[in-house]
Design a binder for this molecule. Structure first.
Ligand code: GLN
Length: 303
């Protein structure tokens, strides 16, 4: 497979399309990002790497970090995690409040904000120093000690995070948050503020394409747990656009409002795309296009 040629071709085709997306301006710091940034990077399980465009420039990975938080919580609590958070697609936006009332404070899945807050709560209960321990875990996955939170982005989101504050308090009222909501929210905003570039993102997520092991062989999750995380990414990774993403792209993946998307092809590769303008569902407008063209040209969707 000539990945290089295909990725270069997709990059050229998508680069100058009319980008109808909008920056995530509800977080002031993300509204400052240059909307023309555009990068793609592929990492394969047999160690091939290729990137194009702004693939070495870091951006805010936002909700993509929810997969890494789930991974660590799953490692720690295994099956018990599913008592506190569901495994069904929500069919609602990532920050929706309505479903929580009907579901009595058990969020539909770990990738909507409500679900990620419950996961953050679990990590706070079980880690000695959640902020330090979590970033150490991410660095170990990526074998990259320079990956870090952005204090500026976390503070920016915190200054306007009214809806997330409401979500966390609402879940607490049902008894599904153990720690103080302020502590959970602070950690949640930190998780969302992690920065990576496309290359780092695709490298970090390789364990999900490699039966739960890093490329150097360090076990992160069991085979069974890995299958389940990929299944959740497939069904819930793009909020109320998850069905469409499966339909068009056909890979498990996860998006963030910083404009990043990571997609996994088990036993083969991970691919990261960054383009900051988002469609109405909060997923990168160009990012979805890139992945759709990529799996079509490579005939490498999981279906
Ligand atoms: N930090 C963002 C928020 O809570 C994450 C949302 C996302 O990336 N979809 O709104």
């Amino acid at each position: 497979m000539n990945f290089k040629e295909i990725i270069e071709g997709v990059y050229r085709e998508v680069k100058d399309i009319d980008d109808r997306g909008k920056l995530a301006s509800y977080i002031p710091e993300l509204a400052q990002v240059n909307p023309k940034r555009f990068g793609i990077h592929l990492s394969t399980v047999d160690n091939y790497q290729f990137g194009v465009g702004h693939y070495t420039e870091r951006f805010s990975i936002q909700s993509i970090s929810k997969v890494l938080a789930l991974t660590l919580a799953y490692k720690i609590k295994n099956q018990r995690i599913w008592k506190r958070v569901g495994i069904e697609p929500s069919g609602t936006s990532f920050n929706s409040l309505v479903q929580l009332e009907a579901d009595k404070g058990i969020p539909r899945n770990p990738f909507i904000n409500a679900g990620a807050m419950v996961i953050a709560d679990i990590l706070i209960t079980h880690l000695k120093n959640p902020k330090k321990d979590f970033i150490a875990f991410v660095r170990s996955l990526s074998n990259n000690p320079s990956i870090d939170y952005s204090e500026t982005v976390a503070a920016s989101e915190k200054s306007v995070g009214y809806r997330n504050v409401a979500l966390c308090n609402f879940i607490k009222s049902f008894g599904n948050i153990e720690n103080h909501p302020q502590v959970v929210l602070d950690f949640y905003f930190d998780l969302c503020s992690i920065e990576m570039n496309c290359q780092e993102l695709s490298e970090t997520f390789l364990f999900l394409a490699h039966d739960g092991k890093t490329l150097s062989g360090t076990p992160v999750l069991t085979n069974h747990q890995t299958k389940r995380i990929n299944a959740l990414m497939q069904t819930c990774g793009f909020y109320d656009e998850s069905g469409e993403f499966a339909f068009k792209v056909g890979l498990p993946g996860k998006s963030g409002v910083g404009g990043g998307i990571i997609a996994i092809n088990p036993d083969r590769y991970t691919i990261a795309v960054w383009s900051p303008r988002l469609n109405a569902k909060g997923n990168s407008y160009k990012g979805v296009r890139v992945l759709e063209k990529f799996t079509k040209k490579t005939e490498s969707s999981i279906f």
